[in-house]
Design a protein around this ligand. Structure first.
Ligand SMILES: C[S@@+](CC[C@H](N)C(=O)[O-])C[C@H]1O[C@@H](n2cnc3c(N)ncnc32)[C@H](O)[C@@H]1O
Length: 213
């Protein structure tokens, strides 16, 4: 099965359009509300086990860097924050909103991303458009493998859940199987993996801890 079947330009256009329509707001990255975005951030941030120590963080699919702002508001600002997004407008907006802040950078390409203590990804796998389910699953595995390679201490990532109400499910969205992805992470990446599926949204978060010291 090949992930080359996925047209990333369609995904790119989808998110570029959201930003154009709604600007630098949660809707601009396709979230319904601030509240849900913060709830997701709170779960993802649980991978940062020693926030009192200086740490670096790669935000994979960063949008314009709202996760960085969340961490600053929580008083756990990373020493180095790298936001990566495939949409140029997101990267431009991220740079604009964080101009002059030391230790914050944005990239539009995956090629030279640095290994960081932590990698997080919020909402990057939800929109599959008309891609076949199995093809998208292959793409998810390939991408989380890349995140694992870039994470020294661990990574966290969220997905819409297959345990959603059937009458609300849409064919253009990807509803992941928590058990299946847990198994992949456990067998391939680390013995220490958690599924967080208790925060009242139709999604779940995986935490993959690689170092516990
Ligand atoms: C739902 S938005 C969330 C943005 C941000 N994580 C947040 O929560 O504010 C998903 C973002 O992921 C980006 N994205 C989607 N697929 C990606 C990929 N394979 N690599 C990098 N960025 C990606 C999109 O351009 C979009 O900005």
């Amino acid at each position: 099965m090949s992930t080359d079947k996925i047209d990333m330009n369609d995904i790119r256009s989808y998110f570029a359009e959201k930003l154009e329509q709604h600007g630098a707001t949660p809707r601009g990255v396709d979230w319904n509300s601030n509240g849900a975005q913060d709830t997701r951030f709170m779960q993802l941030a649980r991978i940062i086990d020693r926030p009192e120590r200086p740490y670096s963080l790669l935000d994979y699919g960063s949008g314009f860097g709202s996760f960085y702002d969340y961490l600053v508001n929580q008083g756990v600002r990373p020493q180095r924050y790298v936001g990566f997004d495939i949409v140029e407008g997101m990267v431009v907006k991220g740079r604009e909103l964080h101009a002059g802040i030391e230790g914050v950078e944005f990239s539009q390409t995956d090629d030279n991303l640095p290994v960081c203590d932590y990698v997080v990804a919020s909402g990057i796998f939800n929109i599959k458009l008309d891609t076949e389910y199995d093809t998208w699953t292959e793409y998810v595995i390939k991408t989380i493998t890349r995140m694992n390679d870039l994470a020294d201490r661990g990574f966290s990532v969220n997905f819409l859940t297959k345990y959603s109400d059937a009458d609300h499910m849409r064919p253009d969205l990807y509803y992941a199987d928590p058990g299946y992805l847990f198994d992949i992470c456990k067998r391939r990446f680390s013995r220490n993996v958690a599924i967080l599926h208790d925060y009242d949204l139709y999604d779940f978060t995986l935490l993959v801890r690689k170092k516990l010291d």
